[in-house]
Design a protein around this ligand. Structure first.
Ligand code: ADP
Ligand code: GLC
Length: 490
C-alpha cells in the first residue's frame, strides 16, 4: 500500500505544536505495519536542512507562473532504526524560504500569500498521486490540517473521469484553524469555478481550505473519538458542524499516541536523571534540578504544578491566571512554559515577578525544557476550553506528572478522574473537572492537594498513569485498516 502523508510540519525538523509530533511519529509506525508511506513537505529551510542526499524527481508550475521543483530524499531525523522515512520536498524559495514559524512573520502576522504557499502543497500531493515521480506513485493521500487540505480538492478534480481514482484521508487536528482567504484569491488555487460553491470550499463567501478537506476527502478523521462527536455540535463545530454531520458516515476519531523514542523518562536524552515506574529516584532529582533551573524554591515536598502550552484561547490559561492563588496559598508552586498571545505572556510574567519563589514563567519554544518539566513537575495542567486530542497530558502521564485536565475532547478520552471508586479499582490516572469555570478549576486544584497529601494513593495513581503505553501500533493499525478499505473501494 503506497501512502503519501502530507503536512506542513514534522518533528524534529519543524514544530509549532502537536501536529508535528504526530506527523513525525506516524510514518515510522506505519512502516512498521508494512505500509509503504512517504511524506510530502514544503521546502522550509529547516525541512531542506534535514533532507539527506536529495535528488530532483520533477517539477510542476503554479497558476501564477512559479516553477516548483520536487526533491526526494531520506529524513534521518524522522526515521527509526531500519525504518527509513523517505520524503518529497517542494523546493520553491519564493514561497518557503522563510525561517522560523511556517505560517507567520516575525510580528506574528500570517503571511499574505499563505493561500499560494499551501495550495502548492495540495497540488504537489495531486502530482505525486498522478505520476510525477516515475518510480513511485501514491495510491492514497493522507493530509493533515488545513495546510494540506486543498489536496483532496485537487485530487477530486484530477480524478474526474480518470482511473485509478486516488482516495484521500483528511485528518483534522484542530477545527479552529481553517485557512480562510478572500475570494479574490481563488484564481491562484488553480481549481475550476464549480469548486467555489457551497458544495465545495466556499464558506460564507470566502475560501476555506478546511472546508475543501471536509468536502472532498474520501474519509475524514480527527484525533480523538470524543472530539469526533463534539465537532458535530454547534458549540464545537466552528460553523462546520452541519457539514460534519452530513459526512458523519465518513468521519471517525482515531486517538493519537505517544512516540516512545522521544517521550520516555527512562531513555530521554534531555534528562540528567532518567527514571522509570520501578525506580523513581530520578524523578525526585529531576524535580530539584528543575526548581533550581527556573528559580523556584528547591523543596521536595510541595506540589509543583506545570503548564507546557501554546498560549492561545484554546488552552484555558485564563483559568490558571485567575485560580493560581489556590496553588500558592497552599504552599504549592507553578511553572509555566508557553509562548504565543502577548497579553497572556505579560500576565504570567507579572505573576512570576510578584512571587518568584512560587511562580515561574518561561517564554519561547524550548523542546528540551518541556521534557524536563514533565519529568520534574508533579502535576501537568491542561484546562482547555476545547482540545482535539492533547499530547501534554499523555506526556504528563508517562512522566509521572499527574494530569489535571478539563473533561473535553481527547482529554476526556485519556485521563480517568480520581474518586473513591476509581481509587478502589485502581483505574484513576488524574484529576478531571467539568465546567470551564474558575471555581471548578479551583476545586480541581484543591483535590490535587488532597491527593498529594495521601501519599499511598498519590503513588498508585501516578503508577497507573505511567504504565499506560499510548503506543503507536494501535493507532497505526487503525489507519492502515482505513487506507485498505478506501483503496479497495476506489
Ligand atoms: P497543540 O498541538 O494544540 O499545541 P498538543 O498538546 O497536542 O497541543 O501538543 C503540544 C506540543 O507542543 C507538545 O509536544 C508540547 O510539549 C509542545 N509545546 C507546547 N508549547 C511549548 C513550548 N513553549 N516549548 C516547547 N514545547 C512546547
Ligand atoms: C492540534 C490540537 C491538539 C492535538 C494536536 C495533534 O494542535 O490542538 O489537541 O493533540 O493537534 O493531533
Amino acid at each position: 500500500m503506497r501512502v503519501l502523508q502530507v503536512s506542513a510540519e514534522i518533528f524534529p525538523l519543524l514544530k509549532t505544536g502537536g501536529l508535528a509530533d504526530i506527523a513525525g511519529a506516524l510514518p515510522a509506525a506505519l512502516l512498521k505495519q508494512g505500509c509503504d508511506v512517504r511524506v510530502l513537505l514544503p521546502g522550509f529551510p529547516a525541512i531542506l536542512a534535514g533532507l539527506k542526499d536529495p535528488v530532483s524527481v520533477g517539477s510542476f508550475g503554479t497558476p501564477w507562473g512559479e516553477q516548483v521543483e520536487v526533491q526526494f530524499g531520506a529524513l534521518p531525523a524522522v526515521s527509526q532504526g531500519e525504518h527509513t522515512v523517505w520524503a518529497y520536498v517542494l523546493v520553491a524559495p519564493g514561497l518557503y524560504n522563510r525561517p522560523g514559524n511556517p505560517y507567520e512573520d516575525a510580528n506574528k502576522q500570517p503571511y499574505a500569500d499563505n493561500h499560494r504557499r499551501f495550495a502548492t502543497l495540495g497540488w504537489g500531493a495531486a502530482h505525486l498521486a498522478h505520476g510525477l515521480d516515475k518510480l513511485w506513485r501514491a495510491q492514497l493521500v493522507h493530509c493533515h490540517d488545513w495546510h494540506a487540505a486543498l489536496a483532496p480538492a485537487c485530487l477530486a478534480v484530477w480524478n474526474a473521469g480518470r482511473s485509478p481514482r486516488i482516495p484521500s484521508v483528511y485528518t483534522i487536528h484542530n477545527l479552529a484553524y481553517q485557512g480562510v482567504f478572500w475570494p479574490e484569491n481563488f484564481p491562484d488555487l488553480g481549481l475550476p469555478g464549480h469548486v467555489f460553491s457551497v458544495q465545495g470550499l466556499e464558506y460564507f463567501g470566502q475560501i476555506s481550505f478546511m472546508k475543501a478537506g471536509l468536502s472532498y476527502a474520501s474519509h475524514i478523521t480527527t484525533v480523538s473519538p470524543t472530539y469526533a462527536r463534539e465537532i458535530q455540535t454547534p458549540e464545537q463545530g466552528c460553523g462546520l458542524d452541519g457539514l460534519l454531520r452530513a459526512r458523519s458516515g465518513h468521519l471517525t476519531g482515531i486517538l493519537n499516541a505517544v512516540d516512545d523514542h522521544v517521550w520516555n523518562p527512562a531513555t530521554d536524552v534531555h534528562l540528567a536523571h532518567p527514571y522509570d515506574v520501578r525506580n523513581m529516584v530520578g524523578k525526585a532529582r529531576s524535580k530539584a534540578a528543575l526548581q533550581e533551573e527556573v528559580g523556584l524554591t528547591v523543596a521536595p515536598d510541595v506540589p509543583l504544578f506545570s503548564v507546557v502550552s501554546r498560549l492561545t484561547e484554546q488552552k484555558g490559561l485564563p483559568l490558571v491566571l485567575a485560580g493560581m492563588d489556590e496553588i500558592t496559598s497552599r504552599g504549592g508552586q507553578l511553572l509555566v512554559l508557553g509562548n504565543g498571545d502577548t497579553q497572556l505572556e505579560q500576565a504570567f510574567a507579572a505573576k512570576a515577578q510578584a512571587n518568584p519563589q512560587q511562580v515561574a514563567f518561561k517564554t519561547g519554544y524550548d523542546e528540551s525544557l518541556a521534557h524536563r518539566i514533565f519529568a520534574g513537575s508533579d502535576i501537568t495542567q491542561v484546562p482547555s476550553r476545547f482540545e482535539p486530542c492533547g499530547l501534554t497530558q499523555m506526556y504528563g502521564l508517562k512522566y509521572g506528572s499527574i494530569p489535571l485536565v478539563r473533561r473535553v475532547g481527547g482529554l476526556a478520552d485519556t485521563v480517568i478522574d480520581t474518586d473513591l471508586e476509581t481509587l478502589d479499582d485502581q483505574t484513576a490516572t488524574g484529576i478531571v473537572f467539568n465546567q470551564f469555570d474558575v471555581n471548578d478549576y479551583r476545586h480541581a486544584v484543591r483535590r490535587a492537594f488532597a491527593l498529594y497529601r495521601r501519599r499511598a494513593d498519590w503513588n498508585r495513581v501516578r503508577q497507573t498513569g505511567m504504565r499506560i503505553a499510548f503506543d503507536w501500533s494501535g493507532a497505526a493499525q487503525q489507519y492502515t485498516a482505513l487506507y485498505q478499505s478506501l483503496i479497495g473501494a476506489h
